[in-house]
Design a protein around this ligand. Structure first.
Ligand code: CU
Length: 103
């Protein structure tokens, strides 16, 4: 009985230690009007602790972010782009003040 409990506890601890619970979030990044936008978004997201990989697709206007859900929340990803000067709202990331190329 005792050994079973110990084994269960040990495996739980091992699970907790190794479980990085990787998650992938796809953020809609709107108004990416120039080639610099994806770079800005990518750099901002990569700076967030817990983010493992970032892939920004200019064509589909999305940012695919692989991150450790125990270290970072999806809202922090959005905040990161906001802090980088790209106003954003969850779940969509919006870049409004990118460049004046709308006219
Ligand atoms: Cu731009």
């Amino acid at each position: 009985m005792r050994s079973i409990l110990f084994a269960a506890t040990a495996s739980l601890l091992a699970l907790a230690a190794s479980a990085a619970t990787p998650k992938t979030a796809v953020l809609d990044v709107q108004n990416m009007t120039c080639g610099l936008c994806p770079v800005t978004v990518k750099k901002a997201l990569e700076k967030v602790p817990g983010v493992a990989a970032v892939k920004v697709d200019f064509e589909t206007k999305t940012a695919t972010v692989s991150f450790d859900s125990e270290k970072v929340a999806a809202t922090q990803l959005v905040k990161a782009t906001t802090d980088a000067g790209s106003p954003s709202t969850a779940p969509k990331v919006t870049m409004n003040d990118c460049d004046p190329a709308t006219t």
